[in-house]
Design a binder for this molecule. Structure first.
Ligand code: G4P
Length: 525
């Protein structure tokens, strides 16, 4: 380990819509980092064939990834060993809240686009989340081995829909099902299916004529020259500022363009950046350990009923056994068995540096949004809850399981799978989610992990807002006047439940002394 400020760390997320090839690309990245020894290894595990990130039952049933997890691997780059921390994100837009929180813990992202499908509504939404978080993006246009690729159309589509400058880093040769290879526009290396990479001197290298079909080489020369002239050159600053995205064409399945992508993450993607916190931002080269919990996952191993908090380290050199202060409660917590996550294994972490993610097993003490420090009273910011767009009551099929249901709902709310509201009137809790799929995950996990059979009933509410007022008496008066529409969230914060958006704006307009918020900062909980 050569640095202590995490300069050799690349902590990034992969975002994509379902089926674009995120799982395949993740496998190939892990493979190229030596974290998996055979590409077949992940597939060979029968029912568990998906990469570790896809371990949940419902994901296996539906073939989508619904929770985020972490995978670490190392790779040499220009004589230095870089540590890559890859954070998986759910592809489905119903989980964009989870994606948002994961993006608080990364320094950059790779956006995977299916060449045949282009930018879809879901990708756009995920991209907007990245933009909100100021996360710079490298784009990987996947499945170039398939027919019907139109590289220019894709470049223009990405530029238009995402309002970004694009710069192609390589260029695919041969289309319409006759994929011949990729030409690297910067290093001039030609990669072809099942052949060793060929270093060339440029597009005018006469060897190209021997290596590609006459048609392919003619198109490559013409198109690549146009691409180089038509789009801006790579501008490292613009990429890091989030206004330009370097674009790689490739095929995760056939391992084309994957090495170039990983090298680019090494060369271009930012190392740990200062993290916003209150009252001051925390720089990665500060000596004292500070980090925050961006995710809590219960029952990762169903046999052990474990509960793991994922902490992103933002500064200092963490050592196993350290006592850290949970700033929100003032409690000291000894971190004796921190975990690193590799492709298929977990390992005890003896030391960790800024940019690293460690798993901290705990029994419900650590919560999403918590800050851990060596004593300083700072709080990392920017980890919100979002107002739910769907509210439901949960009905138990076996009424003797009330206690288990409450535990389960609390755990799931803690993970951020759902939110939980306790109405002031009546005893039936209300769960809130941003997308329909979250409800299905909830029911499936209640059954699989808590043995609780339940179903949803409509709640008479459609949306929720957190309330606040500068004068407590006015807030109390508001709440007393609307007991049937009032609830508390898990932290006891008052929440107004509205029948619909019309009612929400009606009440909002008539209550000038009350603030209605669609998000709540978790760090200040
Ligand atoms: P996801 O995690 O983003 O949902 O995508 P995943 O990797 O599961 O890939 C979705 C499908 O696309 C898979 O096919 C996968 O094999 C295929 N795929 C991924 N990368 C490429 C590529 O570069 N070229 C081509 N032609 N296909 C690619 P599937 O039939 O749904 O699953 P499987 O049974 O083959 O795994």
């Amino acid at each position: 380990m050569t640095t202590t400020n995490g300069a050799d760390r690349r902590t990034f997320a992969i975002i994509s819509h379902p089926d674009a090839g995120k799982t395949t690309l993740t496998e190939k990245l892990l493979l190229s980092g030596g974290a998996i020894h055979l590409a077949g290894e992940v597939k060979a595990r029968g029912a568990n064939r998906r990469a570790r990130s896809d371990w949940m039952k419902i994901e296996q049933q539906r073939g989508i990834s619904v929770t985020s997890s972490v995978m670490t691997f190392e790779r040499a780059y220009e004589g230095e060993t870089l540590t890559f921390n890859l954070l998986d994100t759910p592809g489905h837009e119903d989980f964009s809240e989870d994606t948002y929180r994961t993006l608080t813990a990364v320094d950059s992202a790779v956006m995977v686009i299916d060449a045949a499908r282009g930018i879809e509504a879901q990708t756009l939404k995920l991209f907007e989340v990245c933009r909100l978080r100021d996360v710079p993006i490298i784009t990987f246009v996947n499945k170039v081995d398939r027919e019907g690729l139109a590289p220019y159309a894709l470049l223009d589509e990405i530029a238009d829909k995402l309002a970004l400058d694009v710069t192609p880093m390589n260029w695919p040769v041969g289309m319409g099902g006759l994929f011949e290879g990729l030409f690297d526009l910067r290093t001039h290396v030609l990669t072809r299916p099942d052949q060793a990479p060929e270093p060339l001197t440029g597009l005018d290298d006469p060897r190209l004529d021997a290596l590609l079909s006459a048609d392919g080489v003619a198109r490559l020369r013409e198109e690549a020259e146009l691409a180089l002239a038509g789009y801006g050159a790579l501008d490292h600053e613009a990429y890091r500022a989030g206004s330009q995205t370097p674009i790689f064409f490739g095929s995760a399945l056939r391992e084309y363009g994957v090495e170039a992508l990983i090298d680019a993450i090494g060369a271009l993607a930012p190392p740990p950046r200062p993290q916003p916190a209150s009252p001051r931002a925390i720089a990665p080269d500060e000596p004292n350990v500070a980090g925050f919990v961006f995710k809590v996952q219960a029952n990762m191993n169903p046999q052990h009923r474990d509960r793991i908090a994922f902490m992103r380290l933002c500064s200092g050199r963490f050592r196993r056994g350290m006592k850290l202060k949970q700033v929100q409660t003032g409690k000291a917590i000894a971190i004796n068995s921190p975990i690193f996550f590799f492709a298929q294994d977990r390992e005890i972490a003896d030391t960790a540096l800024p940019g690293d993610i460690i798993g901290i097993p705990n029994h419900g003490v650590l919560r999403v949004g918590d800050t851990l420090t060596e004593g300083e009273a700072i709080a990392f910011t920017g980890i919100p809850n979002f107002a739910p767009e769907i509210l439901r009551r949960v009905r138990l099929l076996d009424p003797t399981k009330t206690k288990q249901l409450r535990t389960a709902l609390n755990d799931m709310a803690e993970e951020g799978v759902t939110q939980l509201f306790k109405p002031m009137v009546g005893s039936q809790w209300i769960v809130g989610v941003v997308g329909q799929l979250q409800l299905e995950v909830l029911i499936s996990r209640l059954q699989a992990e808590y043995n609780v059979a339940a179903e949803f009933e409509p709640a008479p509410f459609e949306t929720a807002r957190w309330l606040d007022a500068s004068e407590p008496a006015k807030l109390k008066a508001f709440m007393d006047g609307r007991k049937n529409a009032m609830a508390e969230d898990r932290d006891g914060a008052p929440v107004f439940l509205a029948r619909d958006n019309w009612e929400l704006s009606y009440v909002n307009e008539r209550s000038p002394d009350i603030r209605f918020s669609a998000t709540k900062e978790r760090a200040h909980a």
